[in-house]
Design a protein around this ligand. Sequence first.
Ligand code: FAD
Length: 566
Amino acid sequence: MSKRVLIVGGVAGGASCAARLRRMSEAAEIIVFDRGPYVSFANCGLPYYIGNVIADEKKLLLASAEMFRARFNIDVRTENDVVAVDRAGQEIEVRRGATGEVYRERYDALVLAPGAAPIRPPLPGIDLPGIFALRSIPDSRRIKAWIGEHKAKRAVVAGGGLIGMEMAENLAQLGMAVSVVEMLGQVLPPLDPEMAEIVQRHLTANGVALHLNQAVAAFEAAPDGTLAVRTQSGQALPADIVVLALGVRPETKLARDAGLEIGDRGGIRVDEAMRTSDPNIWAVGDAVESRDVVTGEWNVVPLAGPANRQGRIAADSICGRSARFRGVQATAVCGVFGLTVAATGANEKTLRRMGMAYHAIYLHPAQHAGYYPGATPLHMKLLFSPGGGRILGAQAVGLEGVEKRIDVIAMAIQNQATVFDLEEAELCYAPQFGAAKDPVNLAGMIAANVLRGDVPLARWEELGAGNALLLDVREPAEFAGGHIEGAVNLPLPQLRKRLGELPREREIMVYCGVGQRSYNALRILAQQGFKVRNLPGGFRTYLQFQEQLAAGKSASGRSAGPGAGG
Ligand code: FAD
């Protein structure tokens, strides 16, 4: 293949495409253009560079233009901005940063990998000095310089998503008082609210001032040269530095101007081979829309994993190989003050919006054998279809072992596996690493019990509705330490002897600490002819739901599709 391949953007998607192309073809002429000063840098490391966790800036540079030249015979042109695509003539127009001179280059194949730009809403004061967004190494340098020069002590992070959380942690790491302002009622939108609740408590415990349900309305300059972030409710949050982490928007200007098809989600439309609506142009990474593995919807998932895989697939496709991108499932992980938060697949919010039927279960096992020192709880939520038990999504939060479980489930989701597969998965075990029944197995077992009809589920939002008896089967001391209002305490060890105290005509909703004792209780009661359902995840899950239930939010939002359960 002696094609001339031009690549716009030289970071995750563009760089992996270029390197793969060379491995597939020694004959291709490959030129990579990037408007920035670097290619192949670690954007994911930037928050940690700001927090001095990564001390040496050079560590962020994964490859240089010289390395691309020497190792791959690839011409990398940094500070060269591609400003137009002439599809008819198969040429691009490039502006050289140093001189401003505009030149043209011909292509046989063009790859667009321009990424996504941080959202900067046109709010009053958004361009004031001291307000930053983070995308590149120069951005992080500017942030570090500002913090140093202004001896910044108070930071406001606007946006509670993945980058917002990482920035909050790293700014706090520098000794700053950090506030996070988030328009939604929760941080980390990939999670459902009751899972985000764990993260919110942890943030607060670590001194972060959380302002949920608060949209930023304006930025103001105080007379002493500091800033204030004004929220729509009128609150003014003082700041020495503001970091915007309000999400990203696919960079589609080139594609739009060239008349390429853009999807409803705002990304460049591509087929499974990453080819755009023009057969000579491919697009990859944060700029594109892909099909969601679970819902089948078009989705924009701005993460490094998909960008890298797509870059490779585009290269194969350009070389005439039949490569196919399987789709995105938004598998993501984030560290928040020592806590690990991870998710894959659809969350409950999405399933509801799509009208897809689902069951949701919760579990809180230890991340490894309880008897081995250092066991800590792993809070998990699994979503699966009531029909065949297909796994639809999972979320987990804990101090350790979180991402390993979500990664296993991510693979299962991509392979259309069911909860019965999780039940049977053979996973590695020694006491310091897991459990003979790994949390992934446990999730499969709990879900399979539901589908086999052995453990009918109640939903948390059903609490207080109807006239079910709420039965708490924990020990009296636990009950005294906190229980759900209106619950009756009958400890599991006494249950068989005291069945006569329970009503046969009335439904019973049973719960315990985390769901294990209530499972045993339910099996006793069900076999004795009682009408009984389990509240999944027990009192631990109730604590996560408590605020939502009190606010009445949950009931309005969680009416799932047919066959759904909580
Ligand atoms: P990018 O990596 O953004 O590269 C696009 C490049 O194209 C840029 O260098 C840009 O300058 C250049 N460009 C754009 N337009 C032009 C043009 N017209 N001409 C020339 N050059 C152009 N993802 C994760 O999975 N995990 C993480 O932990 C994670 N952390 C992140 C932390 C931060 C602070 C940021 C900003 C992102 C993070 N991401 C993370 C997201 C991840 O970095 C992106 O998904 C990934 O880099 C996307 O790759 P890309 O090639 O599509 O775009």
